[in-house]
Design a protein around this ligand. Structure first.
Ligand SMILES: Nc1ncnc2c1ncn2[C@@H]1O[C@H](COP(=O)(O)OP(=O)(O)OP(=O)(O)O)[C@@H](O)[C@H]1O
Ligand SMILES: [Mg+2]
Length: 238
């Protein structure tokens, strides 16, 4: 569960101050899949940064599973982010000298997870994103779409409760973008991770259950979506 209450984020001071997020409140229920849309500069990325605890809000509170990101110390925010928040960006940020499976294992290594436990957990998420056959490949030997799947696997390996994605399809073509979104939807169904996706593409936004539209740091519109374009695995089996 993600809950923002009256969150404001101002960058700079005086004449040049920019209110990137302006008195924003919303609550994303556990397991939901929401998209955020809005013009360039409307504050979408800033919202994700605030939720990830990468930057503190100027005022307001940000709860993740009841824990207040806004009041956390830097060390607490870092620990919370490492354990509970997965983050996927437009650029995949995979380490070029490591194989796909080594990249995926990295968050576990950094978190001091026992060596014996790592291969099993890495194998599990690689299977989830259907990339087991590319485990030994380096990023340069993978397509853009494949690299993005490895990036999702890496963000899921810590079993986060929240997955934040900032234009993850930005460098993929339409068809790979659709495949990626279908998989993100499936990951949401299978693992129950709460997904918050920023996208400029209205088609990709419809993969979620709700679209928030931001303008000038505020919520301009909320649209509930009842029928996702692809039948989810959960829906198909019920
Ligand atoms: N570190 C920063 N310092 C100063 N201003 C910033 C900073 N980060 C963002 N801003 C400003 O805050 C506003 C919101 O930026 P943000 O990156 O959240 O927009 P966005 O909705 O993600 O846009 P885009 O669709 O182009 O990615 C913009 O006016 C931007 O210039
Ligand atoms: Mg942005």
């Amino acid at each position: 569960m993600i809950e923002l209450s009256q969150v404001t984020k101002t960058f700079g001071e005086g004449e040049t101050a920019v209110r990137a997020v302006d008195d924003l409140s919303f609550r994303v229920p556990r397991g939901a899949f929401w998209a955020i849309m809005g013009p360039s500069g409307s504050g979408k990325s800033t919202v994700l940064h605030l939720i990830a605890g990468l930057t503190p809000p100027t005022s307001g509170s940000i709860l993740i599973d009841g824990f207040d990101m806004a009041r956390a110390t830097e060390a607490e925010a870092a620990a919370l982010r490492r354990r509970r928040v997965g983050y996927i960006l437009q650029t995949f940020n995979l380490l070029p000298f490591l194989t796909a499976e080594e990249n995926v294992a990295m968050p576990l290594v950094l978190d001091g997870v026992r060596d014996g436990e790592i291969p099993g957990r890495v194998g599990e998420v690689l299977e989830l994103v259907r990339m087991s056959h590319r485990a030994k490949h380096k990023p340069t030997e993978l397509s853009g779409g494949e690299q993005q799947l490895i990036a999702i696997a890496r963000s899921l390996v810590v079993k986060p409760s929240v997955l934040l994605a900032d234009e993850p399809t930005g460098s993929l073509d339409r068809s790979r973008g659709r495949d990626f979104m279908g998989l993100l939807r499936e990951v949401n169904d299978v693992t129950g991770v709460t997904v918050l996706l920023v996208t400029h593409d209205p088609v990709f936004a419809t993969y979620g259950d709700k679209v928030l539209r931001m303008v000038d740091g505020k919520l301009d519109q909320e649209v509930e979506l009842t029928e996702p374009p692809v039948p989810s695995r959960a829906a198909a089996s019920s």
